[in-house]
Design a protein around this ligand. Structure first.
Ligand code: GLP
Length: 241
């Protein structure tokens, strides 16, 4: 495991984008695991810039997102489908048919979850997985709990996550209570993992992930079992290390 600490969030984004660009340059049909949240936005801006500058070609890249809210229309401005279009897909030359975000409105959620894991396996697995981290140490929407869940599944969001996501909705009542998320098993199956964290509100989760027990109460702690994981942190997120 590697930990790199940068001055600020912009540098974290540049470092992550550099690693992803290198991946796509060395394997043009790479399978990327993508994340939402504020943290990867500088990374996506830098990847958009590199694509527009003709440095990176995403035309053969396939992507799978980590998660999506349940019972939120895909075209809702806070859906992760909308987020990905607005922050990345509309700005790079990826074929939208090669991108997939889990369907949080599927009539049969268990089938959607199983199909999602199968689609990743059929694509040959994820080459590079980008992760943010929740203030409670969650990755994707794998909330603190009694176990690590292996496969894609439906999650009941914790009060802490609902409160953290409240800022994106008009009221707390509008924040979805459930999500569909890749399991930690599917996440650690990725060949390389980049975990990005910026800001002091992530410092405790980062400390617990790196120094605490490998424990499902801090879901990101499982990443320490992976042989190729890089934490890219700003000074504030690294302040308790
Ligand atoms: C949500 C997403 C996570 C993300 C987390 C942190 O819960 N499901 O994938 O890592 O938010 O978001 P932010 O980067 O905005 O702090």
């Amino acid at each position: 495991m590697q930990v790199h600490v940068f001055e600020n969030a912009a540098q974290v984004g540049q470092a992550a984008a550099t690693l992803i660009a290198a991946q796509v340059l060395s394997k043009p049909d790479s399978v990327l695991g993508l994340a939402t949240g504020s943290t990867p936005i500088p990374t996506y801006q830098e990847l958009s810039r590199l694509c527009k500058a003709g440095v990176v070609d995403f035309s053969r890249v396939r992507s799978f997102n980590l998660d999506e809210y349940c019972n939120l229309p895909v075209d809702h401005e806070q859906s992760y489908h909308s987020f990905m279009k607005e922050n990345l897909f509309d700005h790079i030359n990826i074929d939208i048919n090669n991108t997939r975000v889990p369907d949080g409105n599927a009539a049969d959620p268990a089938k959607e979850a199983a199909d999602y894991d199968a689609a990743i396996a059929n694509a040959g697995g994820i080459d590079v997985q980008i992760l943010g981290i929740g203030r409670n140490g969650h990755i994707g929407f794998n909330e603190p709990g009694d176990a690590f869940v292996y496969g894609c599944h439906i999650v009941n969001l914790t009060q802490s996550t609902i409160e953290a996501n409240r800022r994106f909705f008009e009221s707390e009542a509008d924040v979805p209570r459930q999500a569909i998320s890749l399991g930690v098993g599917s996440i650690i199956n990725a060949r390389k993992i980049l975990l990005l964290a910026t800001g002091a509100d992530k410092a405790q989760a980062i400390r617990d992930s790196i120094y605490g027990d490998i424990n499902p109460q801090t879901q990101a702690s499982i990443l320490r079992t992976h042989s190729d994981v890089i934490f890219l942190l700003d000074k504030a997120a690294a302040s308790l290390l």
